[in-house]
Design a protein around this ligand. Structure first.
Ligand SMILES: [Zn+2]
Length: 99
């Protein structure tokens, strides 16, 4: 009996001793999300203290929403300014009353 399975490994570099070693990608993904420690082959504790992928995706989504809202507001204000400029130009072309 035999079976075949494909597993993607990522290379990790220990920040303490510098050794490079491979770990399955799903294991690294979980460590990035739960921020728990794991060890290099020389027994140094390592972790991902930065934001998790979920937190980064959440912040990215929020920022994209903010940018979209700001862009919409900017377009509305630009259209309003264009309207004011057009009104100003038409007033310049209209002779003053009584002349
Ligand atoms: Zn190490």
């Amino acid at each position: 009996m035999s079976f075949s399975q494909e597993t993607t490994f990522e290379v990790i570099h220990c920040t303490i001793c510098g050794i490079s070693f491979g770990l399955p990608k799903h294991y690294i993904d979980n460590k990035q999300d739960d921020k728990t420690t794991f060890k290099c082959p020389n027994d140094h504790a390592l972790s991902y203290p930065n934001l998790s992928r979920v937190e980064i995706l959440t912040q990215l989504t929020q920022l994209k929403t903010q940018v979209a809202e700001q862009s919409k507001r900017f377009a509305q204000q630009t259209a309003f300014l264009d309207q004011l400029e057009a009104e100003l130009e038409s007033l310049k072309k209209t002779p003053p009353e009584g002349k």
